[in-house]
Ligand binder design. Structure first.
Ligand code: ZN
Ligand code: ZN
Ligand code: FE
Length: 763
């Protein structure tokens, strides 16, 4: 402790300046600081600044230091402190602690919170008959409610949000102005008097007059109707999840034959009636981010079988807006709530758009007049190896920054084609967009461009480099090359590896096991089953599956039996083994196609190997959604089994080749011996686990590298992921896995951006 100039008295009163950077605006941070400082009897002020929040606090030295500790420990639920700097400054001697208004001229560049599920206090408000918000579906506060989806521009103030159309009534204004109120500066604050309203419409011309649109919606749902419900980040299509006819009708109208549909249920107790829920899964399900969680379903639950046909998992989410909670007040058990779109198009978000795009699907529309600026699908997660893994990172997560270890000029990365996301890398933070979808149609391409503009706008960043996939045909690549900014092409699986390294804060050379469907290779062939060794500056392809022709190219992905023909031909020649799949399908044209080598690009894809083996073992010859063959094959297995099939690891030109024929021959022998599908699947998984582990051990002994990253869509496979993860850990590797971004192509924009940053540092 310093002493005063007299040197006699110990200085007990001090003043600190505390600068905080992160998600600290629009999340109740200033009132939190205000109330905290007052409870500690400190004087000073708190103010929003261009980069976050500045606090000056004066008082007893011990109290000031407890106050500083408490900021981190007690911060409001939506706040994310990325950086905090404390420095002692001269005393000022105010008489109280105040919230100062930010200077109007200052542009406020800070982070925007994701949209967050309704908090318990707000639930109390709209379920209490005595409360002025009783039954009000747009109740929110500084701890919950819409954020990213309603923000058009910065600074984050009501006029820059879709709440600009709703002037606050005196009661709401009083809450908004009171630093001790939970709704102090809550920009979306609203009530039945001044806020948005719901309405029920038959179609764009006919409004349904009724006392309670929400009660009427539930009545229609119970009657088997399909209702388009406008939510937080877009429309859902809802049906009663216990009514199989309604579910089938929805599938028929939506052209979605077999892909599992997500359901929403009232609470975690109800969810427990339909699926097994572990403690960690329960925490994920009830978290304020409210993702869909893929849970192991109970065999005899009352959920309609066609919600998730031939799938032993059920995607469940809990209500995350007051409107959802209110729907479940009317005694309905479970609703299918699937994104309102056709196949992989972007989710529908506007009222008029919904009448146009969903007119053929929905019977009725429950709409509202709060505009959605940014569409945002539900996030999808699963617990693997005891950790939450995102399969789709969107609502509740985007655009929360992900911290990275390097800094440099801003870089924009535009992702791949499937499950596209884009990433804006700014200083030490990566801002990854919401899920945009498959960039295969004009709608998603439009949303892709809007999202890029929006991110650059709200984060006030102009990139100096744009990174895109190596594939010349992707719309994202073409968009990047049309900009007047330098570009860099990055190989797809290298981006996967870099993403995994970045989110695990590793920059040292790492062995990347990248198992995937499709990615354009540096040799112009299709990759997807590789081991790369590299870092953000470069990579080498150390091992890969032997390339096998894909008859008809990408079209074989939807008809895995064709891939099976090719893998069998590669193994046995023109005389295919006597298996049911080859008897029931017209194999001759495929064999001719392969023989003539017409439209048969070769691939080392692990996804295609899965397709081939699954189909040989009796899986469906054609699939209705991405990854279906592999998912159903995996679910047929109890677990991986100790006895692998034969495999051969060959060396060639410094690169290790995993031979296809020994695996396929060994699989077919087992099939002919009458081995069950469960066992075939278990043994195939253990084949891959052993093959990969043996190879990375070999690479470790050559290179001394013991970091291993697991990335690529194939690692959504629970048995492969958990089995390999465990075996590598037991073999002394430091295993890097994805938890903040998806292992599938939804994550690659982050790695692309990190590689772009490294490139800029050296070029
Ligand atoms: Zn709230
Ligand atoms: Zn009001
Ligand atoms: Fe990929």
């Amino acid at each position: 402790m310093d002493s005063t100039s007299s040197g006699k008295r110990v200085k007990t009163i001090i003043r600190y300046k505390i600068l905080i950077n992160g998600i600290v605006q629009g999340v109740g941070f200033r009132p939190f600081i205000y109330n905290l400082a007052r409870s500690y009897n400190l004087t000073g002020f708190v103010i929003n600044t261009a980069t976050g929040v500045e606090i000056q606090a004066e008082g007893n030295n011990k109290v000031v230091s407890s106050f500083i500790d408490a900021i981190q420990q007690k911060a409001p639920p939506l706040a994310v402190i990325l950086n905090q700097r404390n420095s002692e400054i001269p005393l000022n001697g105010e008489i109280d602690f105040t919230i100062r208004s930010s200077k109007k001229t200052e542009s406020v560049a800070t982070f925007i919170s994701p949209d967050i599920a309704t908090c318990d206090d707000c639930i109390d408000d709209f379920t209490d008959p005595a409360n002025r918000r009783y039954g009000y579906p747009f109740t929110n506060c500084t701890n919950c409610g819409p954020r990213y989806t309603i923000i058009k521009d910065i600074p984050y103030d009501r006029p820059k949000t879709s709440m600009r159309d709703f002037p606050l009534c005196p009661d709401c204004q009083a809450e908004y102005d009171d630093p001790t109120n939970r709704r102090f500066h809550a920009q979306p604050n609203a009530c039945p008097v001044c806020g948005p309203q719901v309405e029920l419409w038959q179609n764009s011309n006919t409004k349904i007059e009724c006392d309670n649109s929400i009660a009427e919606t539930v009545r229609l749902l119970k009657d088997g109707k399909i209702v388009a419900i406008k939510g937080l980040g877009g429309f859902h299509l809802a049906v009663d999840a216990t009514n199989n006819d309604a579910v089938l009708e929805l599938r028929r109208r939506k052209h979605r034959e077999e892909k599992p549909l997500a359901i929403m249920v009232k609470d975690i107790e109800t969810a427990g009636q339909f699926a097994k829920i572990t403690k960690n899964e329960g925490a994920l399900l009830t978290s304020p981010r409210r993702p869909i969680v893929l849970l192991e379903s109970h065999i005899d639950s009352s959920i309609a079988v066609d919600v998730a046909p031939d799938n032993d998992r059920l995607g469940i989410m809990l209500p995350y807006t007051p409107l959802h909670h209110l729907l479940f007040e009317h005694n309905i058990k479970a609703l299918v709530m699937t994104s309102a779109n056709l196949s992989e198009e972007p989710i529908c978000k506007d009222n008029n758009e919904s009448f146009d795009r969903l007119g053929e699907i929905a019977d009725t529309f429950l709409i509202h007049n709060r505009e959605i600026f940014i569409r945002n699908d539900d996030s999808v997660s699963i617990l693997l190896a005891d950790k939450p893994r995102l399969m789709r990172r969107s609502r509740g997560f985007a655009p929360q920054p992900i911290l990275v270890d390097s800094s440099g000029p801003p870089v924009l990365a535009v992702g791949g084609m499937l499950k596209n996301t884009v990433c804006l890398l700014k200083d030490q933070t990566a801002l990854i967009s919401q899920h945009i979808g498959d960039l295969e149609n004009l709608e998603s391409y439009d949303v892709f461009q809007q999202t890029i503009n929006h991110l650059q706008n709200v984060f006030e960043t102009k990139p100096e480099l744009i990174v895109h996939d190596l594939h010349p045909g992707y719309l994202s690549t073409q968009w990047a090359q049309a900009q007047k900014i330098p570009t860099l092409a990055v190989q797809h699986h290298w981006a996967h590896l870099a993403t995994c390294m970045a989110e695990n804060h590793v920059s040292a050379p790492t062995i990347g096991i990248t198992m995937d469907g499709t990615g354009y290779g540096t040799d112009g062939t299709i990759w997807g089953g590789e081991i790369l060794v590299g870092d953000f500056n470069g990579f080498e392809r150390k091992a890969h599956f032997e390339p096998v022709p894909l008859p008809g190219g990408d079209s074989a992905i939807k008809a895995p039996w064709r891939t099976a023909v090719s893998y069998a031909r590669h193994t046995f020649g023109e005389d295919l083994p006597d298996l049911p799949v080859f008897i029931h399908q017209d194999v001759v044209p495929i064999l001719e196609m392969l023989k003539a080598d017409v439209n048969c690009p070769v691939t080392s894809s692990c996804g295609r190997l899965f397709d081939a083996v699954a189909t040989l073992c009796g899986g469906k010859p054609t699939i209705r959604y991405e990854g279906q063959a592999a998912i159903e094959f995996m679910q047929a297995a109890v677990n991986y089994l100790p006895r692998p099939f034969n495999y051969v690891i060959d060396g060639q030109d410094d690169s290790i080749i995993w031979r296809i024929a020994p695996i396929i021959r060994s699989v077919v022998t087992a099939i002919n011996q009458g081995v069950s599908v469960a066992e075939l699947s278990g043994r195939f998984h253990s084949t891959l686990i052993n093959l990969f582990t043996e190879t990375v051990k070999q690479i470790r002994s050559e290179t001394g590298i013991d970091f291993v990253a697991l990335s690529g869509g194939v690692f959504q496979n629970q048995i492969l992921f958990e089995g390999l993860h465990k075996k590598l850990q037991n073999s002394g590797f430091r295993v890097l896995t994805h938890s903040q971004v998806p292992t599938n192509d939804g994550g690659i924009s982050l790695g692309q951006a990190m590689i772009g940053r490294a490139y800029m540092a050296t070029n």
